[in-house]
Structure formats: C-alpha cells, structure tokens
Design a protein around this ligand. Structure first.
Ligand code: UD1
Ligand code: CA
Length: 463
C-alpha cells in the first residue's frame, strides 16, 4: 500500500511568544519537527510532505539538511489545519493512505503511527485519540449512544457539556488519500476561530458513509502537544524521564533519574555510574565502568573503560569527539575542549584546560594549567600553573613535550617549541627555544641574596 505522510508545521505558535518558529524549538536538544520526522522515517512512506508557513525559510533550511527527501509545501497565509492539508492536495498521489502528523506533537512513536495506518486499512478514517484528565485546549471526540464517532468539536467551539468529554483528538489521523483530498477541499471556516478545521472532516466522513475508527495512544507523553513554554518544559521532563528509564533498563546506575539531561545520544557500557545534574549533549559514549561525578557537562565525547570524571568537569567536543582513554582521572573542575585526546591513565586535575592536544598514556597535568595545540608524550608531568603560549596574535603554534619530560611549576612554553624526552624544565622558566632531551633547562633570573642589605626606613618629620 502506498503511504504518504503530511506533517503540519506552518502555524505561528502564538502562545510560544517567540520569534523562532514553534517547530524549531528544541526538545532533548533536537527541534520538535526533527522528532516527528524521525518517527515518520521508520514508516518508509513514498511521500513525506512538510507544510511550512510561519518561518518557512528557517524550517525548510533545517529540514533540508536533516532529510533531503522531504518535500515542502508552503501555506500562505495560515488559515487553519484544514487549509494546511488543502495545500498538500496537489502533491498527494491518487491512491493509498495518507498519515497526518502535527509538527508540534513531537514524541509520537513510529509504532503508534504505524498502528494507526494499519487501523485505517486503506478504507476508513482512523483517529489517534487519548483520554486526558485535563483535556483543555484539545478537540473532543463526539460519540453517539452506540459509541460510534460522529465528529470532533474544537475546545473553543465546544459547549460546557462537550468540554466535559475527556477523550481528545491527538492531531494524528490516517485516511484513504483519494477521499481525504476531496474531503479537505469541501471544508469551510464557519467556527469560532474562522479557520478551516481539519477536524471537520470527521463529520464529513460520517456523512459520506466512511467508517471512522480510533486507536488509543499508549501513553500521554506520545501525544502531548507543545503550544507554550510551560508545555515544552513539561514534555522535556517527560522525555528526559523516558531516556533515564531506558538507561537504567540497560543497567546504567543513575543516582537520581530526575536529575539527568540527555540532549542527543548517550550510549553506555556495563557498570556505568552517573551522579546528579549531569548534562550530555550530541553523541557521548561512556565505556564499561566509567563514573561521572555530579554537575558535569559532556558533549561529543568518547570516555573509555574505567575512567573517572570528577564533579564539575566540562568536556566539549565539536562534532569530532573528545577522547579520554581508559582508566584516566579527569577533574574536578577540568575543561577538555575540541581536539583533546587523552591516552590511558592520563590525569587532568582541577582548573586544567586542554585544547587541541594529545596526551599520551600516563601523562599528568594536575593543577591550574593550560595545554593548547600540544603533543604530550608518555608519562610527562606538567607542573602547576604552567601554560603553552600557543598564539602569537596571528597564528597558533604547536608545543611538543616528549616522553618522560617534567615541566616544573609556573612555566611558559612559547610555541613553536619542543621539550626533549626526559628533559626537566625548572620551575618559573619561560622556554622559547627547544630544550634538549635528558637535561635540566632553567630560564629565569638567577636568585641573588645581598648580605647587609637593610630595609629603607621612613625619615622623621623635621620639627
Ligand atoms: C489541533 C486540533 C485539535 C487537537 C490538537 C492536538 C485542529 C483544528 N485542531 O489543535 O483537535 O486536539 O491539534 O494537538 O486541527 N498548522 C498549520 N497551518 C495552520 C494552522 C496550524 O500548519 O494554518 C499546524 C501547526 O503548525 C501545528 C499543527 O498544525 O503543528 C496544529 O496546529 P495548532 O494550531 O497547534 O492546533 P491545535 O489548536 O493544537
Ligand atoms: Ca497544537
């Protein structure tokens, strides 16, 4: 059976009170419309049509990058959901089934959408419905005494009695395409909002003798719409709870599932422990036995087995992952920036910043230091307060510190410069020339002591 999917995303989202189009607001780090498109993707429809309007340029640019097979149909002006589907009519085939999704109902699962398409069986109008404790704002499902669906009445058009109905339309329906096309063309604007309501096609189906069936959504979370910042925040929490539950099902030990945010993909090996208030963005992998302390921010990173990330550590890859080798210790209060690759058993301590640098196995920088654009060998010890001066105001230069070198405290390595294998750099040195392997290099003023020197004293005021 031919399947077409129409996603409505042209509305202004007035209640968001934002200049950004509603469907580009993010949930779990991903725009609402991307969630809907991901769910749609699994259904392998022949046509996927996105109705754009408000902020169309931005919405189309984003979706184009995500999935170039999506076709855009513009709705200008936006006269309601029925009017939105009218715009899609020329782009729809003549046979098969059309599934309609709302761009602002982001957590619909592909299984639920698939079940609705099955329920339609190519010949009836199938509505996804749910019973809500608070149905306010939603279209209510009107049934007759036998329980057959007769229509949908929008909240704003509903009488006090109708508003007591708890069963609502979720914004998701499937219908035979040929029938849908002629049904939407017959809609009018005779309602409180003066809009073309897509939901009016339900009464039309009844009049046409088309069977109207419903399937019930498996959870409220799947069908909640985003119309306001408060609803967005509520759905974000539910989405995070779902992700936390899935992680725990896979054996991850979360100290508190209510205090975790995953804005992207987090994959974990066995015996991973995550303390409270950590945020994961982009794509993060934590291998077996990794422990992440409280209040860490980790984006685009691969942390290998047995490594401990202490509290308040900030790790930020930029698409390319930051790599942390096995059995490393990082933090507290460490910052690993893009291009950082740490080998096995590397130690990065408090207030140490690493950028675009590779540290080989066993290297240590434990306190108050900066390593930028550097290549650091095995077992190097990089002293407290030392920095690489990697930027001359125009260009970045590399610093190479070879295996087993020790850089004392408070040194400045002025790049480009190489510290040879096994070299020792005396504390407080400013190193602008290569330091030979195996030797002590000191570059600071000689310490002098002056015997007999006395402090100046204040001269007495003259009487
Ligand atoms: C709609 C349904 C309501 C249902 C609810 C579920 C109608 C008339 N009402 O109401 O029965 O309970 O969804 O969430 O369909 N849109 C356009 N063009 C427009 C207007 C809207 O593309 O001219 C898009 C919006 O961007 C949005 C979706 O359609 O993604 C729903 O529009 P919205 O205004 O939020 O409808 P609701 O009032 O929530
Ligand atoms: Ca809505």
């Amino acid at each position: 059976m031919k399947l077409a999917i129409v996603i409505m995303a042209a509305g202004k989202g007035t209640r968001m009170k934002s200049v950004r189009p509603k469907v580009l607001h993010t949930l779990g780090g991903l725009p609402l419309v991307a969630h809907v498109l991901n769910a749609a993707d699994a259904l392998q429809a022949q046509h996927t049509i996105l109705i754009t309007g408000h902020g169309a340029d931005d919405v189309e640019a984003f979706v184009q990058g995500l999935n170039p097979r999506v076709r855009f149909v513009r709705q200008m002006p936006q006269l309601g959901t029925g009017h939105a589907v009218q715009q899609a009519v020329p782009a729809l085939p003549d046979e098969g089934v059309t599934l309609i999704l709302n761009g602002d109902v982001p957590l619909i699962s592909s299984a639920t959408a698939e079940a609705l398409v099955q329920a339609c069986q190519g010949q009836s109008l199938a509505l996804l419905t749910i019973e809500l404790a608070d149905a306010s704002g939603y279209g209510r499902i009107m049934r007759d005494a036998e329980g057959h669906i007769r229509g949908i009445v929008e909240h704003k058009d509903a009488s006090a009695e109708q508003r007591r109905i708890r069963e609502v339309y979720t914004g998701v329906m499937a219908a035979p395409t040929a029938w849908l096309k002629q049904a939407v063309m017959g809609l009018n604007q005779q309602n409180v909002q003066g809009e073309y309501y897509l939901t009016d096609i339900v009464a039309q189906a009844v009049a046409d003798g088309l069977m109207v069936v419903s399937t019930s959504a498996p959870s409220e979370t799947e069908v909640l719409g985003v119309n306001s910042p408060a609803q967005l925040a509520e759905l974000e929490r539910r989405h995070q709870q779902q992700q936390a539950a899935a992680l725990m099902d896979a054996g991850v030990r979360l100290r508190d599932p209510a205090r975790l945010d995953v804005r992207g993909r987090l994959s974990c090996g066995t015996d991973v422990e995550i303390d409270v208030n950590c945020i994961f963005e982009g794509s993060v992998h934590l291998a077996d036995g990794v422990r992440v302390g409280a209040h860490c921010f980790i984006r685009d990173a691969v942390i290998e087995a047995g490594t401990v990330i202490h509290p308040y550590t900030h790790i930020e890859g930029d698409g390319r992952p930051v790599k942390v080798g096995p059995h490393a210790l990082v933090g507290p209060f460490a910052r690993l920036r893009p291009g950082t690759e740490l080998g096995a058993e590397v130690h990065i301590g408090n207030f140490v910043e690493v950028k675009n640098s590779q540290l080989a196995d066993g290297a240590k920088a434990n306190h108050l230091a900066y390593l930028g654009d550097s290549t650091v060998g095995r077992r190097v010890n990089y002293g407290a307060g030392s920095i690489t001066a990697n930027y001359d105001g125009a260009h970045k230069h590399r610093t190479v510190i070879e295996d087993d070198a020790h850089v004392g405290s408070n040194c400045v390595l002025v790049a480009p410069v190489t510290v040879g294998a096994g070299a020792t750099i005396g504390a407080g040195s400013t190193i602008g020339k290569d330091a030979p392997a195996g030797q002590l290099t000191v570059a600071r003023a000689k310490q002098v002591s002056l015997p007999g020197w006395t402090r100046p004293v204040k001269s007495k005021p003259q009487k």
